[in-house]
Design a protein around this ligand. Structure first.
Ligand code: AMP
Length: 570
């Protein structure tokens, strides 16, 4: 195994880190940035862009630019581009492949293995989808770990005195709160709660809505149906939100937002923090219940918590910090960069797996209860939420009808008593049950959650002793064939990217050669030499102009040879 990297695959931004001499180091992107926007785009001329490059063209190409794909992980959401249907896993894989390439460039060696973080509150389907995205990107996902746990590792709390810590993580698209018990090198998650669909994006959406309505009131023009205009407003809304975290008032100015019969429409307005707080109060308030639930589940009160760690860009919002202060009765701790600590923690866990970090043990929990459906749609829990993982538990069930030869086992995840309110992870049929009156057969169903939080289920007829092999095919997740196809396509695109990159650098080199040739003083050349230079330069320019630059290597070599001969006096 080569170097193991730690990846924070965020809703808005992603970050990658590696352990160097026991210390997490953030891997910069090609442009030197420490985080990469989790944005992918398909340009009209067929290029695939990821990160900063995708972000730059987003306003002009909104329908082919994909933001916040993490929100769709594990669902059967698909996006159609040029007749091809992309799953969230494939889009996430584009982002992961970019991070992998950045790491390889930084480390100067191939990277094949990774630890990837997910929100603690991610369901099995969402975890499995994340793992599949890694596989498609050409990474062996050694472990999926929870973001708050990774953050706790990075904050170095494992080296502090024993205490209970709360991690409050409000990112771009998800909210998680976890309570951890830290004793020496053991980090034990006591409880976790949250909301998979709450984050900074929602603050942006509320503000965008407000700006669009205000614009309509002022100018009479409704821009809701104009995706480019809405996308420009959303971009400015996020900037205003970020500004209001440090100033009390900000000015929003979008010139030429519309151009119509009435002339150009400019959006110009001043927004105060008070107004922003008023518009978004319900979002901040929505984090209260999960905090209370995590405390209740860990049988603790705010006074028992030694430290509240802030993770995720949205915890910079002053109203969020004020809420934590009032809920927990203490100042939240902001020791290190909330954008980077999750990736740093992931790289530390990678170090544990690779054996370079010793004496650190992570005991995580499953965020939601797992069980099966019994008669009448009743949910029968087998592993309850906040159970430490890895874990394996069994329960014995029987048949409902006489001489039933098969049973349908439906696996659900959630906290509702009726399966209708929970998430169906998958179902399978156990056949070949020994003939017997109802209530006699004993069917043992075993649930196993591995250290990555991924669920495996098996069933066995105790009478025959025969175990039945089963596979969960949760809706929204990809089959092996689909994963294989996606891997093939991702590799084909990597090859295409490589070709483009090589071509671009060959063109750069050719331009440099032409420049060097022009620098040569023609007066010092013989007539023949001059003609040779003129010819070679003409050829190279022609090769550069041609769309298919197959002639480029030969033409470059020709000119290079002439330059070298001239320099050595030949
Ligand atoms: P993360 O997923 O942790 O990268 O968080 C990204 C979210 O944090 C996005 O919604 C950002 O707009 C938001 N964010 C980043 N910086 C700030 C800030 N200074 N104030 C408010 N929100 C911020």
């Amino acid at each position: 195994m080569g170097k193991l990297i730690g990846i924070d695959l965020g809703t808005t931004n992603s970050c990658v880190a590696v352990l160097e001499n026991g210390t997490p180091v953030i891997i910069p992107s090609e442009t030197g940035a420490r985080t990469t926007p989790s944005i992918a785009a398909f340009t009209p001329d067929g290029q695939r862009l990821v990160g900063e490059a995708a972000r730059r063209q987003a306003v002009l190409n909104p329908s082919r630019t994909i933001h916040s794909i993490k929100r769709e992980m594990g669902s059967d959401f698909r996006i159609r581009i040029d007749g091809h249907s992309f799953s969230p896993q494939e889009i996430s894989a584009m982002i992961l492949a970019k991070l992998k390439a950045d790491a390889e460039r930084f480390l100067g060696e191939p990277v094949t293995d990774a630890v990837i973080t997910v929100p603690a509150y991610f369901t099995d389907s969402q975890r499995q989808a994340t793992k599949d995205a890694g596989t498609i990107a050409g990474l062996r996902v050694q472990r999926i770990i929870n973001e708050p746990t990774a953050a706790a590792l990075a904050y170095g709390v494992d080296r502090e005195q024993p205490q209970k810590v709360m991690v409050y993580d409000l990112g771009g698209g998800t909210f998680d709160v976890s309570v951890l018990d830290i004793q020496g090198g053991i980090i034990e998650v006591l409880a976790t709660a949250g909301n998979n669909r709450l984050g900074g994006d929602d603050f942006d959406a509320v503000l965008t809505d407000y700006l669009v309505s205000s614009f309509r009131k002022e100018t009479g023009t409704d821009i809701r149906k104009d995706p480019v205009a809405v996308s420009r407003v959303r971009e400015e809304a996020e900037k205003a939100k970020i500004a209001l975290s440090s100033v009390r008032e900000t000015h929003i100015s979008i010139p030429f937002l519309t151009s119509g019969a009435k002339g150009p429409g400019h959006l110009d307005m001043t927004l105060t923090r008070e107004k922003f707080d008023e518009l978004t109060a319900h979002l901040v308030q929505a984090t209260v219940k999960p905090v209370q639930q995590a405390l209740a589940d860990s049988h603790l009160t705010p006074a028992d918590i030694g430290k509240v760690l802030l993770v995720g860009g949205s915890t910079r919002i002053p109203a969020v910090q004020a809420l934590i202060r009032s809920l927990m009765g203490k100042e939240p701790f902001r020791g290190i960069n909330p954008d980077e600590c999750v990736a740093m923690g992931a790289s530390l866990q990678a170090g544990v797996l690779a054996g370079s970090v010793k004496g650190l043990l992570l005991l995580d929990v499953t965020p939601l209860t797992l069980g099966i459906e019994t008669m009448g749609g009743i949910f029968s829990p087998i592993i309850s939420r906040n159970t430490t993982i890895p874990v394996k538990k069994s329960a014995v069930y029987t048949t409902a009808a006489n001489f039933q030869s098969s049973v349908e086992i439906k696996i659900f995840q959630g906290e509702r008593q009726m399966t209708r309110g929970n998430k169906l992870l998958g179902n399978f049929k156990l056949t070949g049950i020994k003939r017997a009156p109802r209530g006699v057969p004993q069917i043992e169903v075993t649930f196993e959650i591995d250290a990555s939080g991924i669920v495996h289920v098996s069933a066995r007829d105790l009478a025959t002793g025969c175990a039945q092999a089963i596979t969960i095919t949760a809706s929204g997740n990809l089959s092996q064939t689909e994963i294989d196809r996606a891997i093939y396509e991702a590799q084909a695109y990597a090859a295409e990217d490589n070709r483009r990159r090589q071509e671009a650098s060959a063109r750069d080199a050719a331009e440099a050669l032409l420049y060097r040739a022009e620098e040569i003083n023609r007066k010092n050349l013989t007539k023949d030499q001059k003609r040779a230079f003129d010819d070679a330069e003409k050829q190279l320019r022609r090769a550069l102009r041609a769309k298919n630059s197959g002639q480029l290597p030969a033409a470059s070599a020709q000119l290079e040879q002439l330059i070298r001969a001239y320099q050595t006096g030949g």
